[in-house]
Design a binder for this molecule. Structure first.
Ligand SMILES: Cc1cc2nc3c(=O)[nH]c(=O)nc-3n(C[C@H](O)[C@H](O)[C@H](O)COP(=O)(O)O)c2cc1C
Length: 327
C-alpha cells in the first residue's frame, strides 16, 4: 500500500501534513511528528509585523488589532520570544533533523516591505512557503475588490523573490471564491490551503465579556472545506490542501475523495497527541486496502465523478426532497 503523494511538486510520504501552530515551533516537536509519519510540516507562522520590526506602530495602525487586542499582545510576545533570526534558525535545524518537506509560514496582510525577506526563508532551506493571508473588511470605505487585490499583490511580490512553491492559506469569506483562487493561481500560487480557522470570539453571559477560548475545531467543521474542495478541485490548476475539522482518517479520506492533495491537521494533535499521525496513516492504508486501492491517485476526486455529484457540493439551500431528512 502506497500512501505517498505529491503536493506542489514536493514528494510527501503521507498526505497528512502537520499544520502551522505553536506545535510546530520547536525542533523537538518537528522531529517527533516526522518520526510519527507526517508527510510534511508547516512551521508556526512568522508575522509580517515581526519581519518589519516596527511592531508598535503597525499594531496601533491596523483596525484588526483594535477589534482583537489580544492578537497584538500575542504578536508582541511572540516577537520577543521567537524573533526573525530564531525563525531562520528553526528552518535550518528542522532541515538538518528531518527529511520530509519543511514549509515556512508567514502571516501577512500587505505586500509592503517584507516580501524581500521571503528569499531568506528559501535560503535557510524551506522547501515551500505558506502565506497565511487574512484581510478582514473592517473599513466600509474600501471596496471588496481592493481587498482582494492585496492578496494578488502579496503573492506576486513574494513570487518575484523565491523559486520555491508558494501556497496561500485562506479563509472562506470571499464573495467569489472560485475567482479568487483563479486569481491567486495566476499571481503565482501553486497551492491553496482551505481553510484557515479564524478566532471565533464568544460571549460569557455571566461575566458579560468576550471570551477567546474556542480555538480548537470540532470534526463537523470539515463540511465547509469539503464543500469548496469538492466544488473547485477539478476546476483549478493549483493543488489544494485541506484544513479544519480533520481529526482522523475519515476526514483525510473525505478530503482526498473530494480532490484535495493533502490534509492538514492541528486540533487532533492538541487533543490526541502525536500518535494520531501514525494512527491516521495506518487507518488510511487499511481503508485503501478494504476498497482495493494501491495508490492515492486511484481514488482522489472520486466523489466528483458524474455531473450530478459535483453539483451536490454547489447546493446551498435545503430542499426537503433531497435532504433525506424529515425537515
Ligand atoms: C493554537 C493554534 C495556533 C495556530 N497558529 C497558526 C499560525 O500561526 N499560522 C497558521 O497559518 N495557522 C495557525 N493555526 C491554524 C491551524 O493551522 C489550522 O488551520 C486550524 O486550527 C484548523 O485546523 P484543525 O481543525 O486541524 O485544528 C493555529 C491553530 C491553533 C489551534
Amino acid at each position: 500500500m502506497d500512501i505517498s503523494t505529491a503536493y506542489m511538486g514536493l514528494k510527501v510520504s503521507s498526505p497528512v501534513i502537520v499544520s502551522s501552530s505553536r506545535l510546530t515551533s520547536s525542533v523537538e516537536n518537528i522531529k517527533l511528528y516526522a518520526r510519527k509519519g507526517a508527510g510534511a510540516i508547516v512551521l508556526k507562522s512568522l508575522f509580517e509585523e515581526q519581519i518589519m520590526a516596527d511592531i508598535a506602530t503597525k499594531l496601533d495602525d491596523h483596525p484588526m488589532y483594535y477589534w482583537y487586542p489580544r492578537a497584538a499582545e500575542h504578536i508582541t510576545e511572540l516577537s520577543k520570544e521567537h524573533g526573525v533570526n530564531e525563525y531562520i534558525q528553526l528552518i535550518r535545524q528542522a532541515k538538518d533533523a528531518i527529511s520530509i518537506p519543511v514549509i515556512a509560514s508567514v502571516n501577512c496582510i500587505s505586500a509592503k516591505g517584507w516580501p524581500g525577506f521571503a528569499k531568506k526563508l528559501q535560503d535557510a532551506g524551506a522547501d515551500a512557503l505558506e502565506l497565511n493571508i487574512a484581510i478582514f473588511p473592517f473599513d466600509e470605505s474600501i471596496p471588496g475588490c481592493d481587498l482582494e487585490e492585496v492578496y494578488f499583490e502579496i503573492i506576486r511580490a513574494v513570487k518575484a523573490e523565491v523559486t520555491i512553491p508558494v501556497a496561500v492559506k485562506i479563509g472562506s469569506y470571499f464573495s467569489n471564491l472560485p475567482r479568487m483562487i483563479k486569481g491567486m493561481n495566476e499571481a503565482g500560487a501553486s497551492g491553496i490551503v482551505m481553510f484557515n480557522r479564524f478566532f471565533r470570539p464568544d460571549v460569557d453571559i455571566d461575566q458579560m465579556n468576550i471570551i477567546f477560548d474556542n480555538y480548537l475545531s470540532s470534526p463537523v467543521e470539515i463540511t465547509e472545506p469539503l464543500r469548496w474542495i469538492g466544488s473547485l478541485s477539478n476546476k483549478v490548476s493549483c493543488d489544494i490542501s485541506a484544513s479544519t475539522g480533520i481529526h482522523d482518517y475519515t476526514g483525510v479520506v473525505k478530503v482526498l475523495l473530494a480532490g484535495a492533495k493533502t490534509a492538514q491537521i492541528c486540533t487532533t494533535i492538541y487533543r490526541n497527541g502525536p500518535d494520531v499521525i501514525t494512527q491516521i496513516n495506518e487507518d488510511l492504508a487499511m481503508w485503501m486496502s478494504t476498497h482495493h486501492y494501491q495508490r492515492i491517485d486511484q481514488f482522489r476526486g472520486r466523489i466528483l465523478q458524474g455531473k450530478e455529484k459535483t453539483g451536490s457540493f454547489e447546493r446551498i439551500q435545503f430542499m426537503r426532497k433531497n435532504t433525506g431528512m424529515n425537515v
